[in-house]
Design a protein around this ligand. Sequence first.
Ligand code: NAD
Length: 261
Amino acid sequence: MIKVLVCGAAGKMGQAVVAAVAGADSLELVALVDTRFALTTPAPVDIFAHLRFGDLSTAALETSPDVIVDFTHPDSVEANIRFAMTNGIDCVVGTTGLTEGQLAALASKSTSGACLFMAPNFAIGAVLMMRLAAEVARFLPHVEIIELHHDRKADAPSGTALRTASLIHDARGTTPDSPGKDTELVEGARGAYVSEIPIHSVRLPGLVAHQEVIFGGQGQTLTIRHDSIDRTSFMPGVLLAIHKVGRLSGLVIGLERLMGD
Ligand code: NAD
């Protein structure tokens, strides 16, 4: 059994992770950590009430997890990862907002070969969208990204959009001219340029996590779209990472690194 601590357990993603881990045969849910638990008394009907902790270090010291899963907030995740790495605990991170450089610096603090696994998107369909986008960009280098999320999302653009832009940048041989920032009548009209690719961020209630990658060529367009319509879409990827992280070490980024082996 792999002992799992879920950090951010009261949040939208955390609650889905708790349900997925509790339902997995080979995993043992040992602690639910959320700063909100420090403020609220557990409801008597909550079957997980006895696993609740208000802070990560107390929970980890009392329950000795093999893996810490973090879906918290861009302001919290750095300290949580640092705690996991310096205590030699493997970490599966879904919280977005840290750069690759920040993640690499945190992974370097690992004293005992612990792995820092981070995926900007745990939905397998989204990983395939990114892979297809990189392939298409070799032939249709003109591209823009529209990412759409719920209105409570803490960061913009999304980690998925940043990762998609990075993969496209590495895959396409040329950086084509496109009407850029200098054509804007209103600041922001052309989006945010990342690796010379415009990214447009939509935030609306009712959305979960969605992205379109639009390619343009002579007389044609090609659109790749992925929709997470429910947070359960991320759970097969999260469970895969929990199962595999113990066999890895150092910094590993992207669910695609775990698929197909
Ligand atoms: P949320 O606001 O619903 O939940 C976050 C929870 O973390 C809250 O309950 C909050 O109290 C708790 N928290 C904050 N700081 C904490 C700390 N120091 N210790 C313990 N708990 C703490 O947010 P959400 O929608 O669940 O998203 C969480 C993160 O996951 C965001 O960064 C989001 O972008 C990311 N996300 C990633 C993926 C992916 O596939 N990688 C998918 C969806 C969301």
